[in-house]
Write a protein that binds this ligand. Sequence first.
Ligand code: PCA
Length: 217
Amino acid sequence: MTKTILLTGFEPFAGNTLNSSWEAVRALAGQRIGHEHVVVSELLPCAFDDSLQQLNQLIELHQPEIVVAVGQAGGRTAFSLERVAINLKDAAIPDNTGQQPVDQPILEDGPAAYFSTLPIKAIVARLREHGIPAEVSQSAGTYVCNTVFYGLMHALNNLQRPARAGFVHIPLLPAQAANKAGAPSMAEPIIVEGLRLALSVTLSVKQDLKLSGGTTH
Ligand code: PCA
């Protein structure tokens, strides 16, 4: 029986016409990872409320064994394996429905934070071995991506489902950075290969590696 890996990407936001996360995620749709896992790719709206509602429906529908949510992070130079989701919304810009929450909890009585259950250190190590820039990130920000990450971990925690899950931020595509002087970018085939490697490491590594992934600031 095949098992499902749910991979999500976001629609464009902030007036952009592309979102690198969806471009990469949709390229992996239907791909087999290992012997028995198949990727289901789904698009999430860049909206605080709707994204979580859809994500919960997708978890219910697909009953995934692994969930990796992917988002675009303009300005980042590497694959960012997010370590922690915090119970906070503080939007610098409105979402695609015009909502701009400031200093609000995602979940009124929820815990302050959830940690990723992906083997983030092992993923960073594998990506680097393959020549793909990667790092652990200590913050997924306070916008829609952090909300999806938090809602994802909360949903799985609540359902007591054994799914492993987490969030990855990726850089812009070269076409998105072309008109932004100095903006870093990563070519789509490299991003797709990085995601594929991240999924296969998640399948094979049950206990994460004890490697330093911290920062001094
Ligand atoms: N990046 C935004 C939201 C959607 C996306 O791709 C973020 O980092 O919050």
